[in-house]
Design a binder for this molecule. Structure first.
Ligand SMILES: [Zn+2]
Ligand SMILES: [Zn+2]
Length: 100
């Protein structure tokens, strides 16, 4: 399994920067889902998020909030371009879209 290239500390939430807690553990979120989930995993475009507050359920959770979803996609594109030396075109060839 590839390591996240977006975050080194797996014990802290990428969005709120707080550690996991008993009521809300951290989940691994794939920045690009569906057909691109495997590529997200392969290139390390994943982050750890509080399951309820930041990942799935609450208003600021990435699966509930298009703006935050889009921000993470842009962060992931920047991280991938830097890490792999990709241009925007290279990124688009892999992920189908430019998020910047
Ligand atoms: Zn959080
Ligand atoms: Zn997710």
């Amino acid at each position: 399994m590839a390591k996240s290239i977006m975050q080194t500390d797996k014990c802290v939430c990428y969005l709120c920067r707080e550690p996991a807690n008993y009521n809300d553990p951290l989940d691994k979120h794939h920045i690009f889902g569906g057909a691109l989930r495997k590529k997200s995993e392969h290139y390390g475009l994943t982050v750890y998020l509080h399951h309820s507050k930041c990942h799935i359920f609450e208003p600021e959770a990435v699966h509930n909030n298009a703006e935050i979803c889009r921000k993470l996609q842009a962060d992931a594109q920047r991280a991938a371009m830097k890490k792999y030396g990709w241009t925007v075109e290279d990124f688009r060839a892999e992920f189908g879209k430019n998020y910047l």
